[in-house]
Design a protein around this ligand. Sequence first.
Ligand code: BG6
Length: 493
Amino acid sequence: MSFPKGFLWGGATAANQYEGGFDEGGKGLTAVDVTTNGSNTEPRKVTWRKADGTTGYSPMVWGADFAVPKDATPAVLPDYYYPSHGGTDFYHHYQEDIELLAKIGFTTFRFSIAWSRIFPTGEEKAPNEAGLAFYDKVIDLCVQHHIEPCITLQHYDTPLALVQKYGGWQDRRLIDLFEKYATVVFKRYAGKVHYYTTFNEINAMDEAPYLGGGLTDPTPQNRAQGAHNQFVASAKAVRAAHQIGSGIQVGMMLAYQPVYAETCNPKDQVAAMLNMERGLFYADVQAGGEYPKARLIQYQRAGIKLADTPEDYALLKQYPADFLSFSCYTSSVVTADPTRNENAQGNLGGGTVKNPYLETNAWGWATDPAVLRLALNNLWHRYHKPLFIVENGLGWADEIAADGKVHDDYRINYLRYAVQSMKDAITEDGVDLIGYALWSAIDLVSNGTGEMKKRYGLVYVDRDDWGNGSLKRIPKDSYDWYAKVIKSNGEDL
Ligand code: BG6
């Protein structure tokens, strides 16, 4: 036996990529609702023209390295396609989807609540009952099927009104607005939901500040302030949850990629160390309770001054995250040679080079058989917090075969490595891992490129890059494989 009894097995999704129903039930717009699609293969049909007449894309949006990056427009404009508007329509398919997940044997389902469904502009006095009513149905159905919901409170979808009025998370007013939202949710679902995370991939504030924090002016100063405000908001959410009780745990969520130095040249080693520390800074604060000195030195040198209060630091210390959840898809390789940035991809790919030992998918993300064992060990030894893998999976342009099925043996191979790697970390290294929610439970829109064709799900959804298709759900071969894994608690791979 290797995985502990009660280990949480499941999958993950995010409202902005999956839910759809973007203007139903009184929901307000989010930052993602004005984000267009992109592609790594096809030219954009229309391109947002900036006020000065130039075309191009906003470097604030994730995916600047892709052939046709996504773009953020100032409002919902005619002639543009916004993939978040329909997602893969969980809003109208939640019953069918949760039943499909229950049949695999899921014991956890990670999804996000759209803040703007509960507070459409973020600033209403009272929550939107119609928005809560939707999540009531989703959560009740999960509980009925003995599936522990694991809820992300903000997965890239800052309410658009807060983006436009305050420039996003750089403004301290968002701290208390978020605390109010989190408190409403915690109270409403007390006794039903035990696991929450505050900000998906909080280190996106460095890599993609528009998604991470709705920043419209992503200067280094504003990114630092945006991160600080999210840290404080997170600590306040932890405090609120603990006051409510009912066994609610509030975790942090980090995008994590183990970093390899390209060679044993000390220069490469230092470059790799610095690259790794850049991402771990976020966990140092949220899991460790204080800013690492190195980051403060960097801020001082860059002339960055935080708008902060002594109470902020007391909150960070007193209310660190209850657990550390993270996404981990691949590893990255770092060189000190500035002329050799091959932009090897991954969800934190910038500034890295290709790994000659690993195969990649069509988007350049490498399959690394040891990545989860490495990630789990690195994070466990540094923070000693319970760990929860809430994203890991393989994006692929799946196709329906002549027999009407999807034979995704490539995904099964990837996931087999993942389960084996977790098993090694638990049985050989003794890490404390709560659960594994692969990405993604069901096909959904890609965050990076805005495409449908970059699919991760155990269940295929008939929808193309432009929103055409019947939305029919078709379980893939990986669906049956994962059911077997869960049934055997990770033994039958
Ligand atoms: C993570 C995000 O970065 O990676 C998800 O939390 C995202 O939202 C996932 O979908 C996979 O990335 P992509 O770009 O392939 O969709």
